[in-house]
Ligand binder design. Structure first.
Ligand code: ADP
Ligand code: ADP
Ligand code: MG
Length: 501
């Protein structure tokens, strides 16, 4: 029985895992880097261990340091969260060796699914449809041309080790093949230490629809329906919803069965997600399986009525799933908006910095999983995801109206963020009508990039509150520091205009 869990992660997901552990009466251990000494996950856990300098390679990706923290704390299990070491098969192998339970799938399932080429082959054998494309790794330019001749343009050149939207290139013209091949493999080498690439057909106007899986060590595998994740920028999701407004009930059943088959093919255990790309005629193709908890898991929790972290822990404890496929239903509708410290106007560049003010929305149907507070300095070293707004409604319209209301109440000052951008997506006609593909953001750039809030001056209140804090800081600062603060403070010109200075 798991009594104490070390959470090998940071940010909102670390806080979220600690919360479920606490409800299960399980002690928690946080780990942190230099930049995260004052991070929320450190404050929430029962204990915290420093694991190294700020860069992730020296801390959150450092298996030795994390194992040391586990031994020192007496943790009997490790939860990897998402990102970082969660899909590195070495990590569960190391846990096995040291007699610590890894809350996740076996290393073989991770390595099979982690390599997209191997995963494709495994899925073909299991009878799960994959995107038409090359059998294996592309080893020369000539081979690339040959494959592309067969399947026809446009194609995607993709890194076998890819993740987080990295190492992926769209090729629409023959002249682009060589440079795309080179840039995809060099990006893959830098990001994943593996430059293998493969080629698959580019599906036009597609939907990204994924299925949540749970599998125990007794051979039970269930699927907890889909998440529609087609609102993306740079191949990364920013808004997700369930049920998908696009999928027919018939297709939902078929895809759910395919997802279960995919999980069975690798003897999966734990929580996982099978991602599909779906064309306009609802033909679906396996994209990849993420062998971990997904960022957008809370919308499934809300609509299906489960706590996926608790399920993961129960499975890791060797218990059989209590949930039965035939009892599962989708109740109402849930939408998640990912709040990032980034600048939508500047190609979504990360915008780390000091959070001077934050208003978190409350009220019926609202859940916020976050990792920031007033006075927290968002480090530049990690993913700029700072909060997730998860909203439930009795139907899609209800969830949409409630999401807009909650986004309106959400205020963050001090750092650039995408709150306004998210609000504009929810206000846009295409999204409201449930009619969108993965190209939605690109295609609606002009509307989405408008800066006005189309409403009152609540933004100004945030700015003024932040300005008061700024003044306090200035009072204590030396003239030299004062100049530095002024120069660094991005909202200074806004304050001047709001206060008519
Ligand atoms: P999700 O569907 O859960 O959003 P993503 O592919 O966007 O999945 O990845 C979730 C998180 O993990 C993001 O923070 C992303 O940057 C990170 N991530 C995913 N794959 C990798 C990888 N191979 N290496 C490093 N980080 C990754
Ligand atoms: P990652 O591991 O980086 O998450 P995925 O294979 O899951 O990579 O793809 C991420 C996104 O890229 C998809 O959600 C989709 O928007 C786009 N994409 C990937 N493959 C294709 C394809 N063959 N055709 C069209 N879009 C694709
Ligand atoms: Mg993916």
């Amino acid at each position: 029985m798991i009594r104490k869990v070390l959470v090998a992660n940071r940010g909102e997901i670390a806080v979220r895992i600690v919360r479920s552990c606490r409800e299960m009466d399980i002690l928690t251990v946080a780990v942190y880097s230099d930049a995260d000494r004052k991070a929320l996950h450190v404050l929430y856990a029962d204990e915290a261990f420093h694991i190294g300098p700020s860069p992730s390679v020296d801390s959150y990706l450092n298996i030795d340091n994390i194992m040391r923290a586990a031994r020192l704390s007496g943790a009997d299990a490790i939860h990897p969260g998402y990102g970082f070491l969660s899909e590195n098969p070495e990590f569960p192998s190391r846990c096995q060796k040291e007699g610590i339970i890894f809350i996740g799938p076996p290393p073989t399932a991770i390595s099979t699914m982690g390599d997209k080429i191997t995963a494709r082959r495994t899925m073909i054998n299991a009878g799960v449809p994959v995107v038409p494309g090359a059998e294996g790794k592309i080893t020369s330019e000539a081979e690339a041309f040959e494959v592309i001749n067969q399947i026809g343009l446009p194609v995607m050149i993709k890194a076998s080790a890819g993740g987080g939207g990295k190492g992926m290139r769209l090729v629409s013209k023959e002249g682009e093949i060589k440079s795309a091949l080179r840039s995809a493999s060099s990006e893959a080498r830098t990001a994943f230490g593996d430059d293998s690439v493969f080629i698959e057909k580019y599906i036009e106007s597609p939907h990204h629809i994924e299925f949540q899986i749970l599998a125990d060590s007794h051979g039970n595998v269930i699927q907890l329906f889909e998440r529609e994740c087609s609102i993306q920028r740079r191949h990364q999701k920013i808004i997700e919803e369930t049920p998908s407004p696009f999928l027919s009930s018939e297709r939902r059943i078929q895809m759910g069965e395919a997802a279960v088959a995919a999980a069975r093919a690798v003897d999966y255990q734990g929580a996982g997600t099978v991602e599909f790309i779906v064309d306009k005629d609802q033909n679906y193709y396996f994209l990849e399986m993420n062998t971990r908890l997904q960022v957008e898991h809370p919308i499934t929790e809300r609509v299906v009525g489960v706590d996926l972290v608790k399920e993961q822990i129960n499975i890791a404890n060797g218990n059989a799933l209590q949930l039965k496929q035939e009892d599962l239903k989708q109740h109402g509708h849930a939408i998640e908006c990912r709040v990032y410290a980034e600048d939508p106007a500047n190609n979504f560049m990360p915008a780390p910095g000091l959070v001077t003010h934050i208003d978190i929305p409350y009220g019926v149907g609202v859940r916020v999983d976050g990792s920031i507070y007033e006075g927290f300095e968002i480090p530049l070293y990690y993913d700029p995801l700072i909060a997730k707004l998860i909203v439930w409604g009795k139907d899609r319209q209800d969830a949409l109206e409630r999401s807009r209301r909650a986004l309106r109440e959400f205020k963050i000052a001090g750092v650039k963020n995408n709150l306004l951008f998210l609000e504009r997506i929810l206000l846009s006609e295409g999204f409201a009508g449930g009619d969108y593909t993965t190209h939605y953001i690109e295609e609606n750039r002009d509307f989405l990039m408008q800066e006005d809030r189309c409403e009152d001056h609540c933004e100004d209140i945030v700015i003024i509150t932040a300005f008061m804090e700024y003044l306090q800081k200035v009072k204590k600062a030396s003239p030299k520091e004062m100049t530095a603060i002024k120069n660094n403070w991005k909202d200074y010109s806004r304050v001047r205009s709001v206060l008519k200075l």
